[in-house]
Design a protein around this ligand. Structure first.
Ligand code: EPZ
Length: 414
């Protein structure tokens, strides 16, 4: 088990590059199951979750070749069968293998996909969508068996929005010759990026508001595709700039973090932006904010924890409302240990009173975003912080310590 040791406070300066989006890359690797040929993905981050997904597909006969951030994928010869249950259990995102494996082989069985500690994370919306299309789903204690013969319906309407649920149907539908419509779909940039990938491979996909229409094909073409920049990394580094220095964040799409930039403006945080960069300064004073997470284009739940650190430095009382997950305020306990003034009102809401001078502490990284959050808190804290369970951060951020060291951070992996 590794840990990070950080000595703060650090005034950071310089340029940091955003890598490719984890939550887009994982879906395109899954999409490659549908493609009879070699897929070349560019801008693929080298992170634990992706390594695990590769392992699952290698165990089924898939071939991968990585050269830096370029990944060549050949899944032509994968065998019909089930993905390794232990690996699936260890990673929630593996649920997106379901749609493509089911489409290609007609049947698949998976255990309940695991993940982090941010909530119960059921997959009932995925199950209902597949059942609606005519797929037989047999559930046993911790396992789901899917069998597909023919489509009985051409429309899925999600009762509530789900990102990977939408992606599963999008992936499944891209292999069907009959048209399928998804209503009340998620339209996160990662969903749109996946749709672009599938379109380039030959699927016909149209997106209007929250309705996605897909007419797929069995012979999707092998392609080369560059994955979008990770908007959560972009936002996290933007927040870091506002907290501790003058940072230029490059290789991002500012439109993807518009909801964050809107909050920055209200909080008096100055920034400049270009087509693919953001320059951000630490302001003399930060105004408090009222943050409510929502589906895209709302404020992303994945940026709520890093935003919590910024609010510890705002003058006055700020409020956070987490409306997507039921257990995503756990990191606030870590911030409290570092001296933040926190009032947890209920599992979804908290108040943060600032500004407070944070101090070093020994803390556990709960999930990947919470881990990255404690890390940026440590960079502005007085003294030494130890963050245990560093591997959780490696799930989603490649070589984070090396990238932060280049900005002047005193951080070490032990
Ligand atoms: C995706 O998770 C992302 N993961 C998450 O990123 C992200 O936080 C989330 O979307 C919301 O933007 C990947 O893309 C791999 P949902 P997903 O289905 O698809 C409930 C990160 O840190 N729900 O949109 O699993 C669910 O429990 C991760 O990178 C059901 O009740 O999220 C949650 O409360 C964390 N039943 C809400 O809906 C279902 O069948 C939204 O979940 C599905 C979801």
């Amino acid at each position: 088990m590794a840990k990070f040791e950080i000595w703060g406070p650090n005034k950071l300066k310089g340029e940091i590059t955003v890598f490719g989006a984890k939550n887009a890359a994982m879906k395109m690797i899954a999409a490659s199951v549908l493609i009879q040929g070699e897929v070349t993905l560019e801008n693929v981050p080298d992170i634990l979750d992706i390594q695990k997904e590769i392992k699952i597909l290698e165990k089924m006969g898939g071939k991968f070749q990585r050269n830096g951030h370029t990944l060549k994928i050949d899944l032509r010869k994968i065998r019909p069968g089930n993905p390794d249950p232990d690996l699936v259990r260890s990673m929630r995102a593996s649920v997106v293998l379901l749609g493509p494996l089911l489409a290609r082989f007609g049947k698949v069985s998976i255990p309940h996909p695991g993940g982090c500690l941010i909530g119960k994370r059921p997959i009932d919306r995925h199950l209902q969508a597949f059942k609606d299309l005519g797929i037989k789903v047999t559930e046993s204690e911790d396992n789901y068996q899917f069998n597909f013969e023919r489509l009985v319906k051409d429309e899925v309407k999600f009762s509530k929005i789900t990102v990977t649920g939408t992606e599963n149907v999008l992936l499944f539908g891209s292999f069907q010759e009959k048209q399928i419509t998804i209503k009340n779909a998620a339209i996160e940039p990662e969903v749109i990026d996946l749709a672009e990938f599938l379109k380039k491979s030959g699927a016909q996909i149209e997106i209007n508001d929250r309705t996605i229409t897909i007419r797929g094909r069995r012979n999707l073409k092998p392609i080369e595709y560059r994955i979008m920049p990770d908007r959560i990394e972009a936002g996290t580094f933007g927040i870091l700039g506002a907290l501790s220095g003058n940072l230029k964040v490059t290789n991002l799409n500012p439109a993807h973090i518009e909801s964050l930039l809107k909050e920055f403006k209200k909080m008096g945080i100055r920034f400049e932006k270009g087509k693919d960069w953001l320059y951000i300064e630490k302001p003399a004073k930060i105004s408090p904010a009222d943050i409510r997470t929502a589906e895209y284009p709302g404020f992303p739940t994945d940026l709520q924890p890093p935003m919590g650190v910024l609010l510890t430095q705002a003058e006055g009382i700020s409020r956070i409302t987490e409306s997507i997950f039921e257990n995503r305020l756990g990191y606030l306990k870590g911030l409290e240990k570092m001296g933040a003034k926190i009032k947890i009102l209920n599992p979804h809401q908290a108040e943060i009173t600032g500004p407070t001078t944070l101090h070093g502490a020994k803390i556990e990284s709960l999930d990947l975003r919470a881990g990255a959050t404690l890390l940026i808190a440590a960079l502005i804290s007085q003294g030494k912080t130890e963050i245990f369970n560093a591997e959780v951060i490696d799930r989603g951020y490649e070589k984070i310590e090396e990238r932060l060291q280049k900005l002047g951070a005193k951080i070490k992996r032990v």
